[in-house]
Design a protein around this ligand. Sequence first.
Ligand code: NDP
Length: 482
Amino acid sequence: MSYDPQPVASHYINGEYIEDTAGDEIPVVYPYTGEVIATVRSATPAIVERALAAAAAAQEDWAAMTGRARGRILTRAAQIIRARNRELSELETLDTGKPLSETLVADASSGADALEYFGGMAGTLAGQHVSLDGGDWAYTVRSALGVTVGIGAWNYPTQIACWKGAPSLACGNTMVFKPSEMTPLCALKVAEILTEAGAPPGVFNVVQGLGPVGAALVEDDRVAKVSLTGSVPTGRRVYEAAARGLKHVTMELGGKSPIIVFADADLDAAVEGAMLGNFYSSGQICSNGTRVFVEARVREAFLEKMTAAVQGLVPGDPMDEATTFGPMVSARQREIVEGYVAKGRDEGARLVCGGGRGAGAGFWMEPTIFAGVTDGMTIAREEIFGPVMAVLDFETEDEAVARANATPFGLAAGVYTRDLARGHRVVGRLKAGSCWINAYNLTPVEVPFGGVKASGVGRENGHAAIEAWSEVKTVYVSGGAA
Ligand code: NDP
């Protein structure tokens, strides 16, 4: 580690770091060692007020700039992030425990992708011209929503701040962002870099705190939109609070996504997808394909390859680039995962590998595979958010589709087959917001991402994000015909 992760102060408001020592202390724990590496303070009501007031004061002038001028700032921020990728990746690793081999390629760089993509798009925002009867006409203007709130989960703190901040700012909104209290460091860097890139004070602010701070932001009358990445129960609470104020929402919530592996699939590719969709970031990814439906006649071959691939993972010091598997984010999250592993055993699933903690001082959990899982088992129904994969058998395409869809969630789904007609036919029937054919968990910023059913409302990324962060004003003009 080349620098001290302790931030200058806890919050970033109006273009500068701000502290309020009246706020409760939040220790920042490095998941690899369990040590406290920094301390921030929860936002007091005075800090929340200051952040919202700053965002409100900055919004009109920010929206009045041309899209291209806003875009130039976002693009510059992307360039700064890329230039500092290593430092930011180390910070992400300290915040989350994810190995540097991941954070160097998937976090700050993904945030930069969003800033670059939406920065480029900012100058293209435009309305329509509509000819009407009698020489009348109308035009539409794509307008900013106003002050927006972003609330993040702990698994991808840099990416989440950028996936929300970049499209919001591109559309002329300002933002107050609250990271998860477990990973408070990275969003502060995003705010600092936006200022360095030329964002006026108040355009992107960060306040720390737990749920009640998020709730105070959501309930404020000045806020026009709330975008949450989090669990389904939190999503319901935030959606309800936003609905009372008739605010716009984007809800990126949990999942229990299926991967369907047909007997004709390239099994090595399917194993690669299942590895990515279960063990990357130690399984702490919302779109993970944690119900792996394997056509019965290739189940043993699949399990054999899968077990070999898991044995190839390298747990260890997350700062060592050779490490490919890190600890869980917290002791609490590991406890939750251990509870599910115990339920898997008790309910009769066959433990193929893992199940224990593994060695080390941090919050380690071994990559775990259960086979012989049936649809009613708890590990097949509930989101675990850890490195636990459930393998289920199937015989026919219709059966696989019906069982894959038999869940309240609908975030993602994957299909592995060499029969592309079948691949398209099956994803056509799967009820999920993001589907992959012969791939899994690839989420480039160019394509919309989000869930159906309990997995969420609205979409992040792609052109769809512009719809989510702006609204249309219609102007009817009389042509003056007698
Ligand atoms: P939580 O739902 O516990 O928290 C999400 C965020 O909401 C946190 O910042 C939390 O604050 C805040 N929060 C909690 N209560 C309220 C409230 N009443 N009002 C406003 N804000 C509130 O999720 P986790 O952080 O534990 O993240 C894991 C979950 O996130 C998983 O279920 C996963 O599926 C989901 N997720 C979804 C993704 C997607 O894109 N669909 C991506 C990544 C994760 P704090 O925790 O600081 O108290």
